[in-house]
Design a protein around this ligand. Sequence first.
Ligand SMILES: [Zn+2]
Length: 137
Amino acid sequence: MGVLEDFFVKAKEAVDTLGEKAGQFVDVSKLNIKMAELKNDMKNEYETLGKAVYKAKKENIDDDATVNYEVAQIDNLTLQIEELKKQIATMKNKVLCKSCGQPNEVGSCYCAKCGGELSCDKECESEKKDDFEDFDE
Ligand SMILES: [Zn+2]
């Protein structure tokens, strides 16, 4: 097994355990690997479907069982891809805590789980400034 395939197997194993452990850190790169796999599966299913249809026509046989199975597989993969797209979109709108890995809403200044400071944008800076001014008065 090549290094690349080995990497993909390891990555796949990591993705397969996602969601099994509550609160486990999920990162977008793992979801993107999963997406690439699903798209590859989809390509393979289309190929299998194409061959089955070709063979059926060529040999003038009725292979509805294979065709129906492949259509169902493709529908199933389409659903999985849609679900994963939603997950990736959600993850992209989160700020991950550097201390505990908890995904927080963009614009949050502190982690909802451990209270750690999140990498701040301008919104946070102005909020801190306001706090300081209140304290000063
Ligand atoms: Zn945290």
